[in-house]
Write a protein that binds this ligand. Structure first.
Ligand SMILES: NC(=O)c1ccc[n+]([C@@H]2O[C@H](COP(=O)([O-])OP(=O)(O)OC[C@H]3O[C@@H](n4cnc5c(N)ncnc54)[C@H](OP(=O)(O)O)[C@@H]3O)[C@@H](O)[C@H]2O)c1
Length: 287
């Protein structure tokens, strides 16, 4: 698998998003573990998760525990795998997503995530989403402390504007390594943050890179240009979408979600799919 840079680390150009294996519509644990093992077999070394990827109240960290268990039972080498988790979102169990960006909450949440992942220090910890009730600098201040104390090895943010990227990077003393924002043919407005990350040399991880769990299967029907170019290459529109995202800048590392081995096996092949400059430009124009 082709590699990309994430801070000081080298990771697979395509990551795995863990969310579909733990929220509404999730499969049984056996299928989830098979999906994570299929990703590892395909050379994927970046797995994205969050403490909030669960369904019911009282099962915080469902996805983190699933990933930790799958890594433990994998037969091959997992030493190069970077597990990226997040804190700052909560799921009370009624289907909603709430936020808590208070420093004391984030610091406790990160320590709980480390325990669930079975690591002394979290490989990459991302502040999940700005909390309108808490000054952004206060939340990022907690991330700075976690980094300084060695609870986390690398710091990232998610759902951030250009101004927040700059503010977080400044507060972190230039140690911000990744930004995770929504980006797909369905949602192109964060191209501005993607380009900003490219200028700064910070990894940009598109979330819902295929348009989200509910839309991913229909990508080719909703975005004709992606389906047309997929037909030319004899691959899926989803693969073309991920290859297009990779082609936008060398700092892009998409994290397509999956709950079936076949999905992530297909997505992983996008790292090797080369689109022409004309194809990339044509696709970008439609977004
Ligand atoms: N930071 C944030 O606020 C935030 C928000 C949302 C998501 N995320 C992260 O981003 C990750 C990706 O987003 P997402 O899971 O919401 O949406 P997504 O990646 O756009 O779509 C996920 C769905 O795509 C399907 N899929 C994957 N590869 C495919 C392929 N090659 N061909 C056909 N279908 C394919 C999967 O189906 P199957 O389930 O059938 O395998 C999966 O359910 C999440 O898993 C999570 O880690 C972060």
């Amino acid at each position: 698998m082709i590699q990309r840079t994430l801070g000081p680390r080298s990771v697979s150009a395509i990551g795995l998003g863990g969310m579909p294996m733990s929220i509404e519509g999730r499969p049984d644990a056996e299928r989830s573990v098979a999906t994570i093992h299929a990703a590892l077999d395909a050379g994927i070394t970046l797995i994205d998760t969050a403490d909030a990827y669960h369904l019911h109240a009282g099962e915080v960290g469902h996805n983190e525990e699933l990933i930790a268990a799958a890594l433990k039972t994998y037969g091959g080498d997992t030493s190069q795998v970077l597990v990226a988790t997040k804190g700052g979102h909560l799921r009370p169990g009624d289907g909603s997503w709430t936020q808590d960006g208070r420093p004391e909450y984030l610091k406790a949440a990160a320590k709980a995530s480390a325990q669930r992942l079975g690591v002394e220090a979290i490989g990459l910890y991302q502040f999940h989403r700005p909390d309108p009730k808490v000054p952004y600098a206060d939340s990022i201040g907690a991330i700075v402390e976690l980094l300084d104390e060695g609870v986390i090895q690398l710091a990232g943010i998610s759902n951030a504007s250009v101004a927040q990227i700059d503010q977080a990077n400044q507060l972190l003393g230039g140690r911000l390594v990744s930004v995770q924002n929504q980006f797909s043919p369905n949602f192109g407005s964060s191209l501005v943050e993607l380009k900003h990350c490219a200028e700064l040399g910070i990894a940009f991880l598109p979330w819902s890179p295929l348009g989200g769990i509910r839309n991913a299967a229909e990508l080719g029907n909703r975005h004709a240009a992606f389906a047309q170019i997929a037909a030319v290459h004899g691959v899926s529109p989803q693969q073309v979408t991920l290859a297009w995202e990779l082609a936008l800048a060398p700092i892009v590392i998409p994290i397509p979600g999956a709950s079936r081995p076949a999905s992530i096996q297909d997505s992983a092949k996008a790292a090797e799919l080369e689109l022409t400059a004309v194809e990339v430009a044509t696709l970008t124009e439609t977004v």
